[in-house]
Design a binder for this molecule. Structure first.
Ligand code: FES
Ligand code: FES
Length: 175
């Protein structure tokens, strides 16, 4: 969970330097090896879109993409991410056409209520659509199974991902 003393108390001589590509930008930091990537993103880099729900890998609110794969940033520590790892957060995705399409589709489908789960949902949705541009409802549900929404039920979320898939397909065909 957040704030375990051992994690933050590594002596400074044990800290490690890491250089990652965060939302396409090179970022170099010196951090305790066991500092969680979620905390680094939120506290060191000001990228607060990834949320902490459970802190235990159960809710998906902290989902980011690392080298195109969705991961729970609450379970990852700095030492596990080698130099040159590519991290995409909701801030980076929102600046991309695919992110805008997804966010619009979520809003239009009425899939956003309190919004807490949405950054993680959108990241997981994007990861799905990267590998499968026309997913079935079942495939969408499977891809989002690790992301918990306490407000909406999942019908509207599934609808939103379907809408976004169609729009991305149309956008790609029009290029
Ligand atoms: S906060 Fe990471 S999975 Fe819940
Ligand atoms: S919209 Fe509130 S938890 Fe999903």
């Amino acid at each position: 969970m957040n704030g375990e003393p051992a994690r933050e108390n590594a002596p400074a001589e044990d800290w490690i330097r890491r250089t990652w590509l965060v939302n396409g930008r090179e970022v170099s930091l010196r951090v305790p090896p066991l500092r969680r990537v979620l905390d680094i993103l939120r506290e060191e880099l000001g990228l607060t879109g990834a949320k902490e729900g459970c802190g235990e890998g159960e809710c998906g609110a902290c989902t980011v993409l690392v080298d195109d794969q969705p991961v729970c940033a609450c379970l990852l520590v700095a030492a596990q991410l080698p130099n040159r790892s590519r991290i995409l957060t909701i801030e980076g995705l929102s600046a991309m056409e695919e992110g805008r399409i997804l966010e619009e589709a979520y809003v239009e489908a009425g899939a956003v209520q309190c919004g807490f789960c949405i950054p993680g949902m959108v990241m997981a949705s994007y990861a799905l659509l990267r590998r499968n541009s026309a997913p079935t409802e079942r495939q969408i549900r499977e891809a989002l199974a690790g992301n918990i929404c306490r407000c909406t039920g999942y019908v509207k979320i599934v609808e939103a991902v379907g809408r976004a898939a169609e729009r991305m397909g149309r956008a790609a065909a029009g290029r």
